[in-house]
Each structure stands twice: as structure tokens, then as C-alpha cells.
Write a protein that binds this ligand. Structure first.
Ligand code: PLP
Length: 326
């Protein structure tokens, strides 16, 4: 008999899938690392489990403990699945711009959800960074995960996602392109691929309203770059320790409208029902076309599933209200 001993054993080993229509005008092969095949429907299952296992190993997380994290939903899902299997409680702090589906999904897997305002500074006591930290300090036998600065986040991708991409492309990958939030995915995968072949180019997808691109290009943390935006999962108003700027070759910014439109196009033209950051990522690949030639093998990573966006990017009333449908 072949079976997994529990749901956590099904994490990873996701497929690599060729993009056909949307990238037809590019000279290169474009392959999607399709992370929705993970049991929590996102890439974040990988790092959630790694963070928990490392915290168990060094005693930060103790039996019967409570896992506390600020999450846009996907990390929470991964943590919640592991918490159920391993017998922990979980409390997740989210900002109010995240889709309602993401909050309901976390509640469905037994987590307590605390919602905070989006449009406050990171050091404001109401911000989701501050609230998660405070809950971590106040709750007995709790562990505050802090995916932004937790090195196990990058490590998970260095150990699993990166090697999978290397093996699946037979070492032929030339470019890795991915949306950047905490930075764990780009730094872990990018670090592994560059160790195997220093010529691999690593590009991050950023949003308008985020500090990453300017910081990477100038070394200046420019507060004027920070303003509210719609795209979910990527871009930041902080510099997480998990973003290793040294191994990133460049960032390209994608507008909220393009990210939303390309999320719909992935579903309609490729049969890929994916989240909003996948739309941003594929548009970013198209923006970078001048960097590719016919020999190149470009891998773009798609983080999460379309079901989390049915009230937004897959709802034409919402798209019209936002001015995203012509
Ligand atoms: C949907 C989605 N896309 C992209 C990202 C960014 O990935 P990372 O945090 O590894 O940079 C996240 C992270 O929260 C996410 O949830």
C-alpha cells in the first residue's frame, strides 16, 4: 500500500507546468512551479512545517503550545494544518484588506483569527505586526512565528523548492521569477539555484506601494514609496530579514490592475485557477521579455489557489468597481 502517514507528508514535490498561450510571444520556455498542489493549496505549507519543526527542535514551541502569527492567510493555513496534526492551538492576525475567504478558511481549520486595520504604520500598536507580537508576549506557552525574520522560512525553500526546480529542469533553469513578500521563497530558491549555477538570474515581482524595488536599486528605504495597494501577498512596507537583496538580480513592479487582469487571464487562457500574486508574476515575466533568449528556461512560481479570490479578482462586479474591466 502507498499512503502518506498524515497530510503533512503530502507537502512538496509539486509539478512544473509549461505556460502556452500567455507567453506565446516570448522566445523562451516558461515553466510554472505549481504550488497549489500542496495540501493547504499554497507554497507556504513548506515553510510553515519547517518553522514548526525547527521551533520544536530547539524548544521554542512546546507540547500543547499556541502558535501565533501575522499572516495574509497562506502561512496561516500551513501552520494550522501542522498544528492540527501535531496538537497545537493557533491564533492568526490578519490585515483587513485580505479577502474574506482567507479568514473563513483559517477558521475552518480551527484557528482563531484577529483582524487589524491595513492603513496604519507598521509600528502602530494596531498594526498586524504589533498585534501579533503583543499576543505572542501575552499568551502563556505561546510561540510567535514571525515569518518575516524567521530563517526557517528561507531554509524550507533552500531544502525543498529549489532542489525540486533544479531536478525538474535537469539543471537547465536560467531564470527564476517570483513575487516577494517575506522573501522566503525568492531567497531560498534563488540561493539554491545560484549555488548550483551562479549564472541563474533571480528576479522579484514587486507592487506599486512597496519599498523593495527602490531599496534594491538605491539602498534607500524610501517611505514615499509606501501607499495602500490592492495586490495580495507581495510587496512590503518593511525590509524582512528573509529578503536577501544580494542574490536578487532585479525587481519589476506590476500594477494592481495588471495583476488582477492577469489572474483572470491565467484561469481563462491557461486553465490555471490561481491567486492574485500568480497574475502579478506572469505579468512580470512578460515585462522582463528583453532579458530572455531562445535557449532560456524561465521558471515562475505560482504561490496560491484561485478559490481564495472568488470575491475579488474572479468577481466581475468587484473588477468593474475597481475599474479593472474595460
Ligand atoms: C499569495 C502569496 N503570494 C506571494 C507571497 C510571497 O512569498 P514570500 O513570502 O515567500 O516572499 C505570499 C506570502 O505571503 C503569498 O501569500
Amino acid at each position: 500500500m502507498q499512503y502518506a502517514k498524515n497530510i503533512l507528508e503530502t507537502i512538496g514535490k509539486t509539478p512544473l507546468v509549461k505556460l502556452n498561450r500567455l507567453t506565446a510571444d516570448l522566445p523562451c520556455l516558461v515553466l510554472a512551479k505549481y504550488e497549489t498542489f500542496n495540501p493547504g493549496n499554497s507554497v507556504k505549507d513548506r515553510m510553515a512545517l519547517q518553522m514548526i519543526e525547527d521551533a520544536e527542535a530547539d524548544g521554542r514551541l512546546k507540547p500543547g503550545g499556541t502558535i501565533i502569527e501575522g499572516t495574509s492567510g497562506n502561512t496561516g493555513m500551513g501552520l494550522a494544518l501542522a498544528a492540527i496534526v501535531k496538537g497545537y492551538k493557533s491564533i492568526f492576525v490578519m490585515s483587513d484588506k485580505q479577502s474574506k475567504e482567507k479568514m473563513d478558511i483559517l477558521k475552518a481549520v480551527g484557528a482563531e483569527v484577529v483582524v487589524c486595520p491595513t492603513n496604519v504604520a507598521p509600528d502602530d500598536p494596531r498594526s498586524y505586526y504589533s498585534v501579533s507580537k503583543r499576543l505572542g508576549d501575552e499568551t502563556p506557552n505561546s510561540w510567535y512565528v514571525n515569518q518575516y525574520d524567521n530563517p526557517s522560512n528561507t531554509k524550507a525553500h533552500y531544502k525543498s523548492t529549489g532542489p525540486e526546480i533544479w531536478e525538474q529542469t535537469d539543471g537547465k533553469v536560467t531564470h527564476f521569477i517570483v513575487g516577494v513578500g517575506t522573501g522566503g521563497t525568492i531567497s531560498g530558491v534563488g540561493g539554491f539555484l545560484k549555488k548550483k549555477n551562479p549564472n541563474v538570474k533571480v528576479w522579484g515581482i514587486d507592487t506599486y506601494g512597496s519599498v523593495f524595488k527602490k531599496y534594491h536599486e538605491t539602498g534607500v528605504f524610501d517611505e514615499k514609496e509606501i501607499y495602500p495597494y490592492v495586490t495580495e501577498g507581495i510587496g512590503e512596507d518593511i525590509l524582512p530579514a528573509n529578503v536577501n537583496f544580494d542574490l536578487i538580480d532585479g525587481f519589476t513592479k506590476v500594477t494592481d490592475k495588471d495583476a488582477a487582469v492577469y489572474t483572470q487571464r491565467l484561469a481563462k487562457e491557461e486553465g490555471m485557477f490561481l491567486g492574485n500574486s500568480a497574475g502579478a508574476a506572469v505579468k512580470g515575466v512578460l515585462q522582463l521579455r528583453e532579458h530572455f533568449n531562445s535557449e532560456d528556461v524561465v521558471v515562475v512560481l505560482f504561490h496560491d489557489h484561485g478559490s481564495r479570490y472568488v470575491g475579488k479578482m474572479f468577481n466581475d462586479d468587484w473588477m468593474r468597481e475597481m475599474g479593472y474591466l474595460d
